[in-house]
Design a protein around this ligand. Structure first.
Ligand SMILES: Nc1ncnc2c1ncn2[C@@H]1O[C@H](COP(=O)(O)OP(=O)(O)O)[C@@H](O)[C@H]1O
Ligand SMILES: [Mg+2]
Length: 397
């Protein structure tokens, strides 16, 4: 890290010579950090390259690390060095030439009760502002802090493999784990490749387990897939007020440059964008999309973090990323307006949208109930599905 002439933090990245000489050397980021001896520089994201920032914790993991270390704010590199190696993707961080040894023992699903109560203590501390419940600060790191996102979570292992466990919060307006579980199922039924998931009920509370798609279990341990977020693919800033590059259309083009199956992956991204509009998943920011590479080839990761928002407006709802000529407007004509850039003809695009609209409209309730969403929660989120403005042809004046 250094500073540029305007005083902005400037990050430099260079691949080690020994690494470049390896036959199995791969790039950290196929767009911005191609393999070679160039010195790369960036001032985005406070001087941290997107692919490296992607491996760091977000709001939730940072809270855990801050509580654990007793410091209120650490710099970006300290968060990376302090976080355990259950993070997304294939990177490890250390100060020596050799990477730190891989983690051998993960929390098991039977530890979920303890993890849940640690997460609850941290949330209570945030909501009520006292430390009484955090007597076992040492234990906090058991939660597994490195995954991104803001919601409380931990990483657990069972006979199948590794899972992201997502807990509810006392201030949730509905049973989030159940509803997210139902949305992953609904997405699957709409032809979206959604991450595999299940529910565990621990001490009367539901926990959503989403199978890690960036780890493959083998007899010799886990193979780690490389992973970069949509934010990195877009080379964008993560602040909402600097989101001029947050766009599905640009994301589709970046995806096409890198994936081994451009036609398939662009159509899949189009389907996800339409699904998000149909369930008012307005939190579909670029970190909720990723590409992964288990071996040399990059592809779109399975879909994750699908959450309906039953907002009040019936006319206009905006996705978090631009999706067509009318900006972020979650509307059928807008979604269709740039379908060629997803490598789809107008007819193909129209068919995807109308089939999915019909499916979401007629099945969301039954899918939710079959996934264990209560009648009351189904009613609370019902306004999220196929809102009236979705099919209107023009913006209201
Ligand atoms: N099944 C998964 N396998 C690997 N990484 C995942 C998986 N699900 C989520 N992630 C990573 O963890 C981050 C946080 O997960 P997410 O479900 O988005 O949580 P939150 O609701 O807190 O935003 C994601 O941005 C992604 O990088
Ligand atoms: Mg998320």
């Amino acid at each position: 890290m250094a500073a540029d002439r305007r005083g902005n933090a400037l990050g430099r990245f260079v691949y080690g010579r020994r690494y470049l000489a390896r036959e199995d050397a791969v790039e950290v980021d196929p767009i911005e950090l191609k393999l070679g001896s160039d010195v790369y520089e960036t001032v985005r994201l406070g001087g941290i390259f997107g692919a490296i920032r992607d491996a760091g914790p977000d709001y939730w993991g940072r809270r855990v690390i801050e509580k654990h270390t007793g410091k209120t704010r650490l710099d970006e590199l300290s968060y990376l060095l302090e976080s355990p190696d259950d993070r997304s993707g294939a990177l490890s961080f250390g100060l020596n030439i050799e990477p730190p040894a891989p983690k051998k023992k993960f929390n098991k699903t039977i530890d979920l009760e303890k993890l849940q109560s640690l997460a609850e203590a941290l949330i209570r501390d945030d909501l009520e502002g006292h430390d009484d419940d955090l007597a076992q600060v040492q234990d906090l790191m058991l939660i597994g802090t490195s995954m991104g996102g803001a919601r409380p979570k931990a990483v657990v292992e069972d006979d199948v493999g590794l899972w992201v466990a997502k807990f509810g919060r006392p201030d949730d307006r509905w049973n989030n784990p159940r509803v997210e579980f139902a949305m992953l199922e609904l997405a699957r039924q709409c032809g979206v490749n959604a991450a595999r998931s299940r529910i565990e009920t621990i001490a009367g509370k539901d926990v959503l387990l989403v199978q890690r798609f960036d780890r493959e279990r083998t007899s010799r341990g886990y193979i780690r897939a490389r992973m970069i977020s949509g934010l990195t693919m877009l080379r964008a800033e993560d602040l909402v007020y600097a989101r001029d590059r947050w766009s599905y259309v640009i994301l589709a083009e970046e995806l096409r440059r890198v994936t081994t199956e451009p036609k398939k992956d662009s159509a899949e991204l189009f389907r996800r964008m339409c699904f998000n509009a149909l369930i008012s998943n307005l939190d579909d920011h670029p970190r909720n999309h990723s590409m992964i590479a288990m071996d040399r080839e990059w592809k779109l990761s399975p879909a994750y973090d699908l959450t309906p928002s039953p907002v009040v407006s019936q006319d206009v709802r905006d996705l978090a990323m631009e999706c067509g000529d009318q900006g972020r407007f979650a509307n059928k004509s807008n979604l269709l307006s740039q379908c060629a850039r997803f490598l789809l003809s107008r007819e193909e695009g129209e068919k995807i949208i109308s089939d999915m609209q019909r499916q979401v409209e007629s099945t969301w309730y039954n899918v939710a109930r079959a996934c264990g969403v209560s009648e009351r929660d189904a009613k609370t989120v019902s306004a999220a599905f196929v809102y009236p403005g979705f099919s209107r042809d023009f913006l209201p004046q």
